[in-house]
Write a protein that binds this ligand. Sequence first.
Ligand code: GTP
Ligand code: MG
Length: 208
Amino acid sequence: MIPTHELTGMILAGGEGRRMGGRDKGLEPFAGLPLVGHVVKRLEGQVGELLINANRNADAYRFFADRVIADLVMDGAEGGFKGPLMGIYSGLRAAKTPWLLVAPCDSPALPDDLVARMIKGIGHHDIAVAFDGERLHPVVALLRTSLADDLAATLAEGERKIDRWYARHDWCRVDMSDCTDAFANLNTEEEKLRLETTLFNSSAKEAR
Ligand SMILES: Nc1nc2c(ncn2[C@@H]2O[C@H](COP(=O)(O)OP(=O)(O)OP(=O)(O)O)[C@@H](O)[C@H]2O)c(=O)[nH]1
Ligand SMILES: [Mg+2]
C-alpha cells in the first residue's frame, strides 16, 4: 500500500475553458466555493503535498494548495495550452514522491474516498485509471512519477492522447461503477447550473 507521504496530489486546472467563454474553470463559483475547492476537499489530508496545475491566476490558486505549477514547455517547442497530458507530465516532474494522484478541477462530486480507492485498486500496476462502469476517466489517475522520462519522449513525438500513453504501460482500471454520478464534470455554463441544482438539492435533502 502507498503511504500518504509517498503520494503527491495534483488538481488539473490548466485548461482554457473555451466552452465556458474562456473563463478559468477552477475558479468558477460553484455551490458556494470556487470549483477547485470542492476537489481540494476530496484530496486534502490524504496526500503528502497538494499541487494545483494552472496556467493563469496562480495567485488565486495558491490559497488552495501547497504549490501551484504551470505546464512545462518542452525543449524547442512553443508554449501554450498543449492539453491535459502536458499537465500530467508537469506534475510527474514537480512531484517529490514516487506516486502522483491526478484529479480534474471540474468534477466537484468525486467520491470522498477517492484516494483510498485508487491506492487499493492499483495493486502492482504502474498506472491506475478510474472507471465509472461505462467510461474510463483518464484525468482521474494514480501514476508512478518515474514515468516522467517516458512521457517526455512520448510528448516529443507529438502524442497528446492520455489513454494512448497509458496503453503503452502496465495500467489497470479502478472500478467505481457504484458511484457513476461522482464523475459528472462541467464544461459549459449550462452544465454548471444544472449540476449545481442537482448536487445542491441532493445534499440539502441529506442534511434534512
Ligand atoms: N495543464 C493543462 N491542463 C489542461 C489543459 N487543457 C485542459 N486541461 C485540464 O484537463 C481537464 C479536462 O479538460 P477540459 O474539460 O477540456 O477543460 P478545458 O480544456 O479547460 O475546457 P475547454 O477549453 O472547453 O475544452 C481540466 O481539468 C482542464 O483544466 C492544458 O492545456 N494544460
Ligand atoms: Mg479541453
